[in-house]
Design a protein around this ligand. Structure first.
Ligand SMILES: [Zn+2]
Ligand SMILES: [Zn+2]
Length: 254
């Protein structure tokens, strides 16, 4: 067996690539994290895990996914200590807040070094961290290393990548950044020579799919074939921002 354990998710992703194989990797990683946080393993009952989730909190998108996951008691446990942590921080922030110095020297039109509102700063700090986002991002970056290891060492894999429909724009940015550090100059040139036309070609394909979707609403085309346009909306959205919006939520396994 040539295939190593850590390369399996990448091979899986290539087989289920759709509009972006990295969206597949990201989704599987996120589902795994959701199961870890809220699933039957009951990580939410472990003090050290809860300490991490209390510290980082969750973003709006992941609260929505946690709500849809369907473990109400698990969510209640997570929220309880997260609220206790917020109360502690709130007491500290409110006590130290000085209304008379808040917003002085400029506000949004002022210089960069002007003092903002310390309460708003605390909330923004909270808003910019999410336990699931951070974990998914770290695992995703580890997979990117594996991706480029395979890309460098396995000509079959390189061919496979060239035969996909490219990547979503969001993940293409990560791909470009990783390529710059993972590939030596000559291989990098070869990589972009294949990738840039692949991206261009597939963006043009989606543009045509979306255009035909609109044409289909013209009564003169009502009996015409849908071609590949029936799911053009979700694919069009995924190609720009990642994540197929038509996918059902990931839920607790019964
Ligand atoms: Zn993607
Ligand atoms: Zn998040």
């Amino acid at each position: 067996m040539k295939e190593q354990l850590h390369t399996i998710p990448i091979a899986d992703a290539m087989a289920n690539a759709g509009e972006c194989s990295l969206c597949y990797i990201e989704r599987k990683t996120e589902e795994h994290m959701m199961d870890f946080v809220l699933g039957h393993g009951a990580s939410y009952m472990e003090a050290d895990i809860r300490d991490m989730t209390d510290r980082e909190g969750f973003c709006r998108a992941h609260f929505k996914k946690m709500f849809d996951y369907g473990n109400s008691l698990g969510n209640a446990w997570i929220l309880k200590t997260l609220y206790m942590r917020h109360l502690e921080e709130m007491d500290r922030e409110f006590k130290n807040f000085k209304p008379d110095s808040a917003g002085k020297k400029g506000g949004i039109f002022g210089k960069k070094e002007t003092k903002g509102n310390s309460i708003a700063d605390w909330i923004r700090r909270r808003d910019s961290s999410c336990f699931i986002c951070t974990s998914v991002k770290n695992t995703f970056l580890a997979y990117m290393k594996t991706f480029f290891h395979m890309y460098k060492t396995d000509p079959d894999f390189r061919r496979q990548v060239a035969e996909t429909k490219g990547f979503c724009l969001t993940h293409f940015a990560v791909l470009c950044e990783t390529a710059d550090s993972a590939l030596p100059a000559q291989e990098r040139e070869e990589f972009y020579r294949v990738m840039l036309p692949l991206m261009r070609e597939n963006f043009s394909r989606i543009t045509e799919d979306v255009s035909w979707f609109i044409e289909k609403y013209d009564y003169k085309n009502k009996d015409a074939d849908w071609r590949d346009s029936k799911d053009a909306i979700q694919r069009g959205m995924q190609k720009l921002k990642g994540s197929d919006p038509s996918l059902p939520p990931h839920v607790l396994k019964k």
